[in-house]
Design a protein around this ligand. Sequence first.
Ligand code: BG6
Ligand code: MG
Length: 220
Amino acid sequence: MNKTGFIFDLDGVIVDTAKYHYLAWRKLANELGFEFTQEQNELFKGVSRKRCLEILLEIGNIKASQEQFSRWLVEKNEDYLSLIEEMDESEILPDVLKVLQFLKKHHMPIALGSASKNARPILEKVKLMDYFDVIVDGTHVAKAKPDPEVFLIAAKQLGVPPKDCIVFEDAVAGIEAANNAGMLSIGIGDDKVLSEAKFVFANFTEIDDQFLNKLIGLTP
Ligand code: BG6
Ligand code: MG
């Protein structure tokens, strides 16, 4: 029987980093003289750092030189890194470990497919590195989600055909990327927002062994 490849997004699926990204972007917005709301932060989920800054500057109606743009990218990331400095295992979202342990027990190939350039240090902080056979992050991809690139690279490195891969994602752009890759998409979050996903769960506590057995092909 062919193996199923499991690909996890990081931010919003394994850890709730959106709140830290928000604080760092809000600080920059405030320094530039405008407000940045939690609702606006929703637009940033799954979106690359560079694209987030472009959107932020559109919101603030601010024009930047190349040099300023690069400086603000660095500044935001430094603030973000200081906010996540103390992050540890307690920030792993509920029942993520249960699912990872189930997949490991059944020898399923597991990859990370994230837009973040900070993915590795975050996995190290929350001590999950050992679960992942493959890590594809923002340092490896040229095209951002909803382009399927990140997931296609992950599938290739896992040695599993895309059609046999399953993606866990919390962002609309990520679900689109998984669908564009020809993979089975599982949304983690609001089913109204993630309506393009094949299945949606509010969080991993809603995923039981029966469903996981189905995913790995043990039961029809
Ligand atoms: C995604 C987040 O996973 O990574 C986005 O959902 C974030 O909000 C993007 O902008 C890039 O992250 P980083 O850590 O490289 O700035
Ligand atoms: Mg995400």
